[in-house]
Design a protein around this ligand. Structure first.
Ligand SMILES: Cc1cc2nc3c(=O)[nH]c(=O)nc-3n(C[C@H](O)[C@H](O)[C@H](O)COP(=O)(O)OP(=O)(O)OC[C@H]3O[C@@H](n4cnc5c(N)ncnc54)[C@H](O)[C@@H]3O)c2cc1C
Length: 506
């Protein structure tokens, strides 16, 4: 077995070059940490990532994170959305999200209820292709000097107080920290002995590209039937939910045309004929979450830390949020500028967000079930979602606008993502966050505030400017991940601000 000890030891090894591993690598490299990614798959071009099921809905926290790191402009669908002529369905009747497949409409959402959301804010949801997200992140990671090695699976590790030795089939690598971003079946999580607690599935989901001899036998749109649901999004692209208790997914049998046809016939109650399967995958609503996101020098992020049904598409967003949260904290620790407890705040902040997403997916499954009680509940949800408050509630959750951390501080904005203040000269606060530093934003030009940040050097950037709409605020402390650590409306309590700074920076 080859030992790479003669190479320099990277600060961090990330197991898995999925979107979460790549984004975490970008965050660490932006903060000048050395990062090596080991990725099991030799080829980054997975066929499943290129078909329409590779589409992912990106919600507000992800869009904001990408905007703050100047990544958003590279997503093609984002560019199209900026051009209204290419966006066919505009206006009040436009479906802008769903819960358990029940749509809510743009015209029903009352965004005036989000007091701190500014018109200059980035979008609330966009679609992007999984492959595209990974390509954009790979390009950025490589530009920042991240070493990505493909076709190398992590098979084991051993940690001491000071370092981690990572094993693969042919080589060993040393690093200071290891992060498992290696998906739902994470080897790192298993080897770290971290329990993956949760609930077992109620259905097997299928996404497949098939040839159908008689597609007219299938009804258009989403069809709920006594044993499940089927949807033909485009000719030959089918999604099926078969309430079989997740039995097929667990069996690891190949997905043959015969099997898919049998399931589709049963669920659709037709005698439709599938003649060929081009690509097919299964998924379930199994919902599990790691009971700890850390064991010593080893962390988990993304699907390695939590899995749930893809309904409503939140998994990628949840994982990217983990990466944005962990990146700056781990970097500060590596560079010896982390106050006590900073790394522990990763779990404290992200675990409850994960709990919320898992429960959100469970709630959807509960009312998607074809049994009569679930159908009755489903009808009630349908009614609620056409009301203004109902649609606004669901939009706030689905778009991630309500995402916040329970941080110390009494201002209502504390723990929330910073509103995208637009300065009088046209720049936005999001654009000032590209270098990944914290910001003390001072609308009052108070010299003593600048003096407070001076001793933190580059860690905290002091910005004194007037914004077009200041939302009644006088100053804010914004963490590198864009979340507000402290805010004041009128009188600035220097002592409180000093405490807030000391909580996050050294
Ligand atoms: C059908 C479907 C639709 C979805 N739609 C959405 C959506 O609309 N919005 C949304 O937010 N989420 C959605 N999701 C969820 C989303 O795809 C996942 O949450 C996301 O891909 C997780 O990213 P990750 O980087 O944590 O893990 P993955 O994308 O699973 O990446 C893990 C990487 O680790 C590698 N790896 C595995 N084991 C090892 C090892 N031992 N050593 C080294 N490398 C290893 C893998 O090859 C892979 O590249 C959907 C999921 C499915 C199945």
């Amino acid at each position: 077995m080859k030992d790479t000890q003669n190479n320099s030891v990277p600060d961090v090894i990330i197991s898995g070059a999925g979107p979460v591993g790549l984004f975490l690598a970008c965050e660490l490299a932006l903060a000048k940490c050395s990062v090596l990614i080991l990725e099991k798959a030799a080829d980054p071009q997975s066929p499943l990532k290129q078909i329409p099921f590779g589409m992912r809905g990106l919600s507000a926290p992800t869009i904001e994170a990408f905007y703050r790191r100047d990544l958003l402009q590279y997503l093609e669908l984002h560019k199209k959305l900026k051009n209204p002529h290419q966006n066919a369905k505009q206006g009040a009747q436009r479906q802008v999200g769903h819960f358990a497949g029940i749509p809510f409409l743009e015209g029903d959402v009352d965004s005036s209820q989000w007091k701190y959301r500014l018109p200059s804010s980035t979008g609330t949801s966009i679609l992007s292709e999984m492959q595209e997200v990974e390509t954009v992140l790979t390009n950025r990671a490589q530009a920042l000097g991240v070493d990505i090695r493909r076709g190398i699976a992590v098979t084991g590790f051993h940690q001491t107080k000071d370092e981690v030795t990572v094993h693969t089939a042919d080589e060993t690598f040393k690093c200071k920290w290891l992060v498992g971003c290696d998906g739902g079946r994470s080897v790192v999580r298993k080897l770290a002995g971290i329990e993956f607690a949760g609930t077992e599935p109620e259905f097997t989901g299928y996404t497949a590209k098939v040839d159908i001899a008689d597609p007219e036998k299938l009804s258009p749109g989403r069809n709920v039937r006594p044993t499940g649901m089927y949807l033909q999004s485009q000719p030959g692209f089918i999604i099926i939910q078969d309430f079989d208790g997740g039995a097929f997914h667990g069996s690891e049998k190949p997905i043959t045309a015969e099997h898919l046809q049998e399931v589709l016939r049963r669920v659709s109650e037709t005698d439709v004929t599938i003649t060929a399967v081009h690509t097919a995958t299964t998924w379930t609503d199994r919902a599990r979450q790691a009971v700890a996101y850390r064991n010593g020098r080893v962390f988990l992020a993304g699907d390695a830390a939590h899995i749930h049904a893809p309904l409503g598409g939140q998994g990628l967003n949840l994982g990217l949020g983990d990466a944005m949260n962990l990146g700056w904290k781990l970097a500060a620790t590596i560079q010896g500028r982390a106050p006590e407890g900073l790394l522990d705040s990763y779990f404290a902040e992200r675990y409850p967000i994960g709990v919320g997403v898992l429960d959100w997916s469970r709630a959807q499954v509960a009312i998607m079930n074809p049994d009569p009680a679930a159908r009755a509940l489903n009808a009630i949800f349908r009614d609620i979602m056409t009301t203004r408050d109902g649609a606004t509630y669901f939009a706030g959750r689905v778009w991630g606008i309500n995402t916040h951390y329970d941080l110390a501080g009494d201002h209502p904005l504390t723990g929330h993502s910073v509103p995208n203040f637009e300065f009088e000269e046209g720049t936005t606060i999001g654009e000032l966050m590209r270098d990944g530093h914290a910001i003390l934003l001072d609308f009052t030009a108070t010299p003593s505030l600048k003096a407070l940040t001076d001793k933190y050097g580059q860690q905290i950037r002091y910005v004194s400017s007037r914004a077009k709409d200041q939302l009644g605020l006088s100053a804010l402390l914004i963490r590198p991940d864009g979340f507000i650590a402290w805010a004041a409306d009128n009188d600035i309590d220097h002592h409180q601000l000093q405490n807030a700074i000391a909580r996050w920076f050294v």
